[in-house]
Design a protein around this ligand. Structure first.
Ligand SMILES: [Zn+2]
Ligand SMILES: [Zn+2]
Ligand SMILES: [Zn+2]
Length: 278
C-alpha cells in the first residue's frame, strides 16, 4: 500500500489563516515541511480519505489526477475534512471533462451525507451531473471495495455525529487511520482484538502537539499512551510504523522541532507530501 499525506494540519492550517503567533511565524520562516495544509490522504491512486478545501492545492502540488480517485472515504463533517461544495467541480457537463473514473463513490456517516444533500439543495443553480454516488458505511462492518477491505470504527470526536476513523487493508498490509479522534473507545479495542487486527502503519491524531491531549484529539503524550496500549493488545508491535499527524499551530512544535522529540518516542512525524509504502 502506498500512503501519501496530502495535508497534515488541523483545521486552521499552519501557518493558520489569520495568525501571527510565534509558532506560525517560525513555520513561515522555515518553510518546506513546516508548512501544513488541511487534512487529506491518498492511498495508491484510487482511494482518498477526506476532501477539504485545500484539495485543489493538493492536486496542483502533487500533480494528481483527482478523477482517478474511485473511492472517497470521509471521516466526519468538520470543514477541515469535508468541503462538499468543491465536489460540484466534478460536474461532467461543465467543470470536469475526460474523467479517468466515470464515477466517484463516497462512503461516510449520516452527517456527511446530509451535508452533501444540503449543499446540493442550497446551490441548485449548479449542474448536478457530478457522477457521484454516496453511500452510508455503518460502524464495524467490513466493506470490500475492489482490492480494499474498509472498516469504519467509532472515533472519540465531534459529539453530535458518529465520527469515523478507518481500518484499511489491501490484502497485503493494514493501515489504522486515526483522524480525528481523542483516546480510543474500549469498543474499538474490542473490535480490533476480536478480529485479530495487526496494523502495519498507524497514523495518530497529534493535534495538540506538545500540549496535553484531551477531548476529541490527542497530543504527543496521549499518542504514546494509545500506542503502548495498542502494542499491549497486540494490535501493533515494534515493527509497526507509528506516525503522528494533524497538527495545530497551538501545539507548539513546527515540523523541524517535532521530528527529534517524536523520534525519541519512536514516532515518525508526517509532513505534506510524505509518501510511505508498506
Ligand atoms: Zn481535523
Ligand atoms: Zn499561529
Ligand atoms: Zn474534526
Amino acid at each position: 500500500m502506498k500512503l501519501t499525506y496530502l495535508g497534515t494540519a488541523a483545521a486552521e492550517g499552519w501557518p493558520a489563516l489569520f495568525c501571527n503567533c510565534d509558532h506560525c511565524k517560525r513555520a513561515r520562516k522555515a518553510g518546506g515541511k513546516n508548512i501544513r495544509t488541511r487534512s487529506q490522504a491518498l492511498i495508491n491512486k484510487d482511494l482518498m480519505i477526506d476532501f477539504p478545501s485545500d484539495s485543489n492545492y493538493h492536486m496542483l502540488k502533487n500533480n494528481l489526477d483527482l478523477s482517478a480517485v474511485k473511492y472517497l472515504l470521509i471521516t466526519h463533517s468538520h470543514l477541515d475534512h469535508y468541503a462538499p461544495i468543491e465536489l460540484f467541480f466534478r460536474s461532467k457537463s461543465y467543470y470536469a471533462h475526460n474523467l479517468t473514473e466515470e464515477f466517484l463513490y463516497i462512503y461516510a456517516n449520516e452527517a456527511v451525507l446530509d451535508k452533501y444533500n444540503k449543499t446540493l439543495s442550497d446551490y441548485n443553480e449548479e449542474p448536478t451531473d457530478q457522477k457521484i454516488i454516496t453511500n452510508h458505511i455503518p460502524l464495524y462492518t467490513p466493506l470490500q471495495l475492489d482490492g480494499y477491505m474498509i472498516t469504519a470504527l467509532r472515533a472519540n470526536h465531534a459529539p453530535g455525529q458518529t465520527a469515523y476513523v478507518y481500518l484499511i487493508n489491501d490484502g497485503k498490509s493494514t493501515l489504522l487511520y486515526l483522524h480525528d479522534t481523542g483516546r480510543l473507545y474500549d469498543e474499538v479495542y474490542d473490535y480490533l482484538i476480536e478480529n485479530k487486527i495487526k496494523a502495519d502503519v498507524i497514523s495518530f491524531d497529534c493535534t495538540y502537539g506538545l500540549l496535553k491531549g484531551g477531548g476529541g484529539h490527542l497530543g504527543l503524550d496521549t499518542c504514546e499512551i494509545e500506542r503502548d496500549k495498542l502494542i499491549e493488545n497486540k494490535i501493533a508491535d515494534k515493527n509497526t510504523r507509528c506516525i503522528v499527524n494533524h497538527f495545530s499551530h497551538n501545539g507548539g512544535a513546527i515540523y523541524d522541532e517535532m521530528v527529534p522529540i517524536a523520534e525519541k518516542l519512536a514516532f515518525e512525524t508526517a509532513f505534506d507530501g510524505m509518501e510511505i509504502e508498506f
